[in-house]
Design a protein around this ligand. Sequence first.
Ligand code: ADP
Ligand code: MG
Length: 465
Amino acid sequence: MTTATLPLVWRGRSGRTYMPFGGGRPRYGVASVVRRVTGEAGAVGTSTVEGGVPLALKLWNEGDEHALDQLQEQARVLVELSSSEEELPCPRLYDLVGTPLVTGLVMEWCPVDLELWWREKLGEPDAFGRLMATMAEVCRRVSDYHVFHAKRSGLEAGHGGLKPSNILMADDGRWLLSDFGRPQVAAPDDSPWASSRIIVGSENFVAPELLFHADQPYPAALDTWSLVASCFALLQLRRLILDDGVVPRNGTRSPRFRMHRIHQVVEVYSADPTRFRGQPLDLEAFPDPLELPEQDRKAIRDAVRGIFPTGQEKSEEAIYEQLLQLFDHGMSIDPAHRFTSARDLAAAFEGLTRRYLELTTLQDHKRPAAPKQPGPEVHEIQRLQRLAASATAKSESLERELADTRAELQALRAAIATPAAPPPPPPPSTFNRLLQAAVVSVLLVNLLLLGVGTAGAVFFFASQQ
Ligand SMILES: Nc1ncnc2c1ncn2[C@@H]1O[C@H](COP(=O)(O)OP(=O)(O)O)[C@@H](O)[C@H]1O
Ligand SMILES: [Mg+2]
């Protein structure tokens, strides 16, 4: 018995209905799923886009209370952000689904997120330069959000949940941030499960002071930590794919892409989640708080392998050194030692982009200048020369063939004129010789017998006489 599937239609608070648009699989997140939809008929209320324009409908994963709280928070921030006419640092919100609680957000559709974009680009020769330039652009966007928030509320605030899937590219190529609102870290309580209930899906990117709900003296440093950790995961993803490795299903959310630095933080957290709650982080609690662990240094060195054409290890080393400085600074446990403004981090990524371009251009100049491209007339002459050469070669091979044919003809004529003496019979083979001998001896024996017989007969008859 077939079960009837209800048509997928959602009604927004504007009164407009939305239905799935243009196929494509839903995009599953940690706490929600995002579908591509479009609005029925024309614009209604806040839902100002025409019918047939793709929109993103983010729906709450039913049953997850924590996710529902988060969605309320995201809706609150997006409503606030979208009320301004300025260019927004996030996808524009068009409608809300669900009353009294929000169970869905209708937003601007973004074709890719940072991870999807990078998967398409990481194989390009200048991939590293593109990533550094993009990270700089994203940092500027985060800084815009920080400024926007500070202007609005007079308070500094961090996003707190930055990761590759929350950095989206709009249709016009602008990078946008999504999932604003209260960070997704449940407050550590002293229940025995606290350590295991960290934050599924974002451990690779969450700043230590957020994890411990410790003091956050530099809100922007929460986000610069997440951005540097995101850059690490993307560089590892490139390494894995270029080395033909298998990419885990949950992509950069997988522990496979987690820095050793973050393993260290999670270890301290698992030992006692409430240790720094509401107080400053104690750096002593962490192994080498100001220096990146050796494992991460090696991973970064390995990640930049091959970002330049072969034979340019020196340039690679130069980029590695500069990248290491950024990571050392960006992943310091002490927020005061980190990038405390997204603008500073943007500048560090810009510096790396420039250095990369400089080194690539330098190499281009060093490389012997490609021979000047000959003009069209030279092309024509060369073409005719090639034709002439092949014609000569052709006539030469024809001449050779003719000479061979002539020689063959002569041989044939000679053969016809003096029929060749029949070839001497081949020497009898051993077998023939033996056979011949056998035949001869048999003959001899017979002859002998015949002689003897005759003589006997003669003697007998004679004796009868
Ligand atoms: N406005 C949007 N347009 C298109 N895709 C989006 C939009 N917002 C989020 N997504 C994508 O949907 C997926 C799920 O997002 P989300 O529910 O926020 O989970 P996550 O925790 O992975 O960020 C992610 O891959 C994200 O890139
Ligand atoms: Mg998200």
